[in-house]
Structures are given as structure tokens and as C-alpha cells.
Design a protein around this ligand. Structure first.
Ligand code: ADP
Length: 632
């Protein structure tokens, strides 16, 4: 049993053994069949030959015995028997007369055969064969009397007459059987040798055929162990060569797939966001490191589990993007996440699963809350500051107006004799005016910051405003030995803005130009242009004064930023004018830009809408306007 099991195992494992065994069985069966059919044919033909020979001999003896039987010549019959026994194949011979056995002759070893069968009376039968033993054939032949008139012709008589006697002859089949055995032996040896030769040739062929397959098998083991850099040798053009080439292609493809899989795995694992892949039945198949860190668990706690263990409010296959959801950690802690999901489709479009992406929002929520609290506190503080400044400015302005008003009244009452007093009163009034300007600026900026500053937009002619501003600044210009030049298009330009705020801004720009220029030229140029689908009034205030350095330009429009402390001490001012002016222009839909070269002068450009924005294309125009303003 054990040996049989081993043999079966060997058959299962080795193609060579299987092929050889099946060939052996096939050849063995064929050889046996061949030998059997050959032997049967051979036996039959030699039997027939033997029978023919025996019959011919029996006939011959019967003819020879005819006359001696007729005359009762026993000596002649003995001579005939001796002659017959000289034939090696004749084992015994018995010649009987009509009523008794006349002659019995035979070899020593066959004598027993005489008793095997009674001779029987002559004339009961013609002739017949009988296999007495495996190696003995017996032939019986009746001896007929000769035909009358043809007595000397030695012919067998007519069958109708009573026979003279009977010839019984034993014919040995030993030689025939020996020849058959020898044929069988040598045939078997020849067939066995043939089978051996065929099997050997087949074995060699199989070894030769299977050698490349074995090489391929070793290579497969190498690839199977993870070494994808190896390639099978393709040095044949037959099926095995094709197999090796196909195998190489497969390994290359496998390598590419493995590389891309590693690449994707690497990306997934190094992602900062949590990634969960679930199959179509919402069971978790893949999780990355960020997920494990977020949910404070091991991969084994999640893989194979329904995804509802992570998010109780699982929304099935609904695709979501950027929604807030809650993940539950292993310890039960709930975590807010920014959630997005997508569907995974198979090659034929069927839903294979879903990808869940989530970003931990715990920290962001905490920071947002802190930021909101800080912003609220800052806004509250800013509102308090603005309210305080507005109240204070208001409270300061009332007594200051009284001081200015009384100093003006006193100046009017002063006669020529009180010249010294009038000069003091003038100083009081100038200082009061400066203080009032400062307080007004503080009030404006605090109103702007508190969002309480309103603009009253309406169309107005610009020239009179410019003229007023230039007239107001003339005293300062004269004091600094500056010349003011105004250039205006032929028809009077119109602006769509808050006229008071436009005047205040322009006054600030021209006043600054005069303040920071000595013995130079201040030019105010008005022009119209179309930008971003809207008409603009462009007011350029250029001077040839001290100019502004690039780093000073960066903080020019910030409140309380006097770019140069020494200049401020020399020229005076609060550092609020430009910040207020720019805010005013922005509130009116325009802007103020600046270009300057230190030592050569500055150009401030105020952009003022020339008309209200078109109602129809209002949104679009406003967008273009904002974009343009940002770029400028
Ligand atoms: P102030 O009331 O102090 O002039 P502004 O906001 O109007 O405040 O100006 C801020 C600073 O910008 C000024 O102190 C000055 O240093 C600089 N500045 C403004 N206009 C000019 C100019 N035309 N030429 C040179 N420097 C200027």
C-alpha cells in the first residue's frame, strides 16, 4: 500500500515518469497482443502442416500395407512399420487386420500410447485426427482393398468395399512445440529489447524536451520568491520559446504592476489625511496610517469590520465632498472631520467599493474657535477704541471751535495799538485750526474703522472743486516758493462721487505736494479714461519735491505712518491724511496709487468713477473693477 502510494505520488509529481509508465503499459499491452496473435497463427499453421504431413504419411503407409494385409504378409508389414518409425516425428505405428492387431511398433517412451485406445474393427471409419496428449497427435487411416482389375495399381479401393485393416499412427508434436517455444522466447526477447529501446529513446526525448521547462520552472520559483529582475532565456523558436517570451512579458507586467502598487501604497500610507477603502457591502478593506493615528487603533481592529464602527451615521454609497462628519475612535471619543468620498468602479462599470477621505478638524476647530474669540475681542476693543476716539474728538472739537471762534472775534476787536496781542491771537487761532484738523482726521479714521463712515455718491463738476482746493493751498505754495499748474480737458469733467470727500482727499494730496516741495512745480492734471469697462476721472497730483523711497512707499497708506519722523517734525502732520484719502476713494469705488523717485518728486493718481456703474452689467463690471484695482 505504502509503495503504491509512493508510486502514485511519483506519478503525480513527474511528467517523465507518467509518460514512461503510460508508454510502457501501452507498449506492453501491444507486445502481448502481438505475441498472442502471432503465436496463435503460428500454432495453427504448424498444426495444419503437421496434420497434413501425418495424413500424407498415414496414407502412404496405408497404401504400402494394402497388399501385405491382403496376403497376410507380417514381415512386410514389419518392414513398413520400421520404415515409418525411422521418421523422427512418428512415435508409434499400429497396423491391424480386419479382426486383430498384426503389427505394433513404437519408441520406448511412447509405447504406453498403444493402450490408450483400442484399435477397433477395421472398416468402421475412414480416417481421423486425435490429440492424444499435448505433444502427441494420432492419425487413423483405413486400408481399403484394391479395385478389381487394378490390383497392381496400388490404389486405394472404393470406399464401399469392406476395409482390409487400419493404420493407427502417433505423430509427435514436440518439435513443433519446441519451435513454438523458441519462437516465443526469441520473439519476447526481441520485443522486450524493442520496448527498452523505445522507452530509452522516449526518456531521452522527454529529458531533452523537459529540460527548458525545468529551467523555466526554476525561474518561476525565483520570480515567485519576489525577484522580479530575472528574465527567462528565449533561445528557441518552438512552443517553449514562446512560453518563455510570454512568461517574460508577464514578469515585466507584474513588475510594473508591483511598482505602481508599491507607489500607490506609499502615497496612501504617507498621506496626512485619513483614507478608508470599503467594499460594495461597506466592509473596510484598506486603511492608511493616518486613519490608525486618528482613530487610535490597530489595522486589525478595522479591517473586515463594517465601516459603521468608524462613522455611525454611515451614509452608504452617497458621494460627498467637503462635508463635516464625525468619526468615532476606538476609545469612543468622537472627532469632527472634513469628509469626502468617491466610488470605485470595476472594469465593467460595476460598483466595487468606496473611498473615504477625512481630515481631522479637531485642532482646526480649536484654532478657529480661538481665532474667533480673539477676533471678537479685537473687534470689541477696536469698536471701543473707535467709540472712544469719536466721543473724545467730538468732546474736543466743541471747546476747540470756541477757542478758534473767540480768538477770531478778539482779533477783529484788536485795534492797531494792540498789534502784539493780535499776533498772539493769530498764533492761537493757527494752533487751534491745526488741532481741529488733527481731531477731524482722528474722527474720520475711527469712523472708517468702525464702519460708520457713509458716502453720498452723486455726479458733480470737478473743475470748481479743483479751483477751490488750489486756492486753499496757494498760501502754503507761496510760502514754499512753489508754482501750481492745473491742466484740465476742454469740456468740464464730471465725477460720480462724494464731493466733500473728494475735496478733502484732493486737498490732502495737493497740500502734501506743496508741503514736501520747495521752489518746485506742483501740477494737477485731470483726464478721462476707460478701464475695466468703466469711465474714470483720473486726477494726477505731481510734484518735484523730496520723493519717497520704495520701502517708505510700502507703508504709505497705513494710518499714523509718517514715513520719516524727521520730515514730520520739519513739515508737521498726523500721518492720517493719505490713509483717510485712499479709504474715501475706495468707498467711492475708486482708488489712489502712487509712484515716486526719492529726490525727484512723487506722482499721486486718484481714480474717481466718472459715472455710476451700469445696472445691467453691474456685477460683471464690478468684478472687473475689483480685479483691476487689485492688480494696480
Ligand atoms: P501727514 O498729514 O502727516 O502729511 P499723510 O498721510 O498725508 O500725513 O502723509 C504721510 C507721509 O507721507 C508724510 O508724513 C510724508 O512723509 C509722506 N508724503 C506724503 N505726500 C508726500 C509727497 N508729495 N512727497 C513726499 N512725501 C510725502
Amino acid at each position: 500500500m505504502k509503495a503504491l502510494r509512493r508510486f502514485r505520488q511519483l506519478l503525480r509529481r513527474s511528467v517523465t515518469t507518467r509518460a514512461l509508465v503510460s508508454s510502457l503499459v501501452l507498449l506492453g499491452v501491444s507486445a502481448l497482443f502481438l505475441i498472442a496473435s502471432f503465436l496463435a497463427t503460428q500454432r495453427k499453421s504448424s498444426q495444419e502442416q503437421l496434420e497434413l504431413r501425418a495424413l500424407a504419411l498415414a496414407d502412404f503407409i496405408a497404401k504400402q500395407a494394402q497388399f501385405p494385409l491382403l496376403v497376410g504378409d507380417r514381415s512386410e508389414l514389419s518392414r513398413i512399420a520400421d520404415g515409418a518409425l525411422s521418421n523422427r516425428d512418428v512415435a508409434y505405428l499400429e497396423i491391424s487386420g480386419a479382426d486383430s492387431v498384426l503389427i505394433q511398433a513404437g519408441r520406448e517412451d511412447r509405447k504406453a500410447a498403444f493402450g490408450q485406445r483400442p484399435a477397433g474393427p477395421a472398416g468402421t471409419a475412414g480416417s481421423d485426427f486425435r490429440i492424444v496428449s499435448p505433444d502427441l497427435l494420432e492419425v487413423r487411416r483405413l486400408v481399403r482393398p484394391p479395385t478389381r482389375g487394378r490390383l497392381l495399381d496400388w490404389e486405394t479401393g472404393a470406399s464401399s468395399e469392406a476395409p482390409l485393416g487400419l493404420v493407427r499412427m502417433g505423430f509427435s508434436m514436440r518439435e513443433q512445440q519446441a519451435a513454438l517455444r523458441s519462437t516465443l522466447l526469441w520473439g519476447s526477447v526481441a520485443i522486450g529489447l524493442g520496448v527498452c529501446v523505445i522507452l530509452s529513446v522516449q526518456y531521452l526525448q522527454l529529458v531533452h524536451l523537459l529540460h527548458p521547462l525545468k529551467t523555466l520552472m526554476r525561474f518561476t520559483d525565483t520570480v515567485g520568491s519576489g525577484d522580479l529582475s530575472q528574465r527567462a532565456r528565449v533561445d528557441r523558436e518552438d512552443e517553449i520559446g514562446h512560453l518563455a517570451a510570454a512568461f517574460n512579458r508577464m514578469v515585466t507586467r507584474l513588475g510594473e504592476t508591483t511598482v505602481s502598487k508599491d507607489y500607490v501604497d506609499n502615497i496612501i500610507q504617507s498621506m496626512g489625511e485619513s483614507l478608508i477603502v470599503v467594499d460594495a457591502s461597506m466592509v473596510i478593506c484598506t486603511v492608511n496610517r493616518a486613519t490608525l493615528a486618528l482613530l487610535r487603533c490597530e489595522a486589525g481592529d478595522l479591517l473586515g469590520q463594517p465601516v459603521s464602527v468608524v462613522a455611525g451615521d454611515s451614509t452608504g454609497g452617497a458621494v460627498q465632498s467637503g462635508v463635516e462628519r464625525v468619526y468615532r475612535a476606538r476609545n469612543g471619543q468622537e472627532m469632527p472631520v472634513l469628509f469626502s468620498s468617491g466610488v470605485l468602479h470595476g472594469p465593467s462599470g460595476e460598483v466595487q467599493g468606496y473611498v473615504w477621505l477625512a481630515q481631522d478638524m479637531t485642532e482646526r476647530k480649536r484654532v478657529d474657535e480661538e481665532r474667533n474669540r480673539a477676533r471678537e475681542a479685537a473687534e470689541q476693543a477696536s469698536r471701543a477704541k473707535s467709540t472712544f476716539l469719536a466721543n473724545m474728538s467730538h468732546e474736543l472739537r466743541t471747546p476747540l471751535n470756541a477757542v478758534i471762534g473767540y480768538s477770531q472775534m478778539l482779533m477783529e476787536d484788536c485795534g492797531p495799538e494792540a498789534e502784539a496781542m493780535r499776533q498772539d491771537l493769530e498764533k492761537i487761532e493757527r494752533a487751534g485750526q491745526m488741532l481741529l484738523g488733527l481731531i477731524n482726521d482722528v474722527l474720520d479714521i475711527s469712523k472708517i474703522e468702525a464702519g460708520k463712515m457713509d458716502v453720498d455718491l452723486q455726479p458733480f463738476e470737478v473743475s470748481p472743486v479743483v479751483r477751490d482746493v488750489v486756492n486753499a493751498v496757494q498760501p502754503l505754495a507761496r510760502q514754499r516758493a512753489n508754482r501750481i499748474r492745473v491742466r484740465c480737458p476742454e469740456e468740464d469733467p464730471v465725477a460720480y462721487a462724494d464731493v466733500a470727500k473728494f475735496r478733502q482727499s484732493l486737498l490732502n494730496l495737493v497740500n502734501n505736494a506743496c508741503k514736501f516741495t520747495e521752489s518746485g512745480t506742483i501740477s494737477v492734471d485731470l483726464s478721462r479714461t476707460t478701464q475695466a469697462g468703466r469711465d474714470w476721472l483720473v486726477v494726477k497730483v505731481a510734484d518735484t519735491g523730496i520723493g519717497i523711497s520704495p520701502d517708505q512707499l510700502a507703508r504709505l497708506f497705513q494710518p499714523f505712518s509718517q514715513v520719516d519722523g524727521s520730515a514730520t517734525r520739519k513739515y508737521g502732520g498726523s500721518g492720517l491724511g493719505l490713509a483717510i484719502s485712499r479709504k474715501f476713494h475706495q468707498m467711492m469705488g475708486g482708488d489712489i496709487t502712487v509712484e515716486s523717485t526719492p529726490g525727484r518728486g512723487s506722482v499721486f493718481t486718484a481714480w474717481v468713477p466718472a459715472a455710476p456703474p451700469a445696472e445691467k452689467a453691474g456685477g460683471e463690471a464690478r468684478k472687473r473693477e475689483d480685479a483691476w484695482r487689485e492688480s494696480s
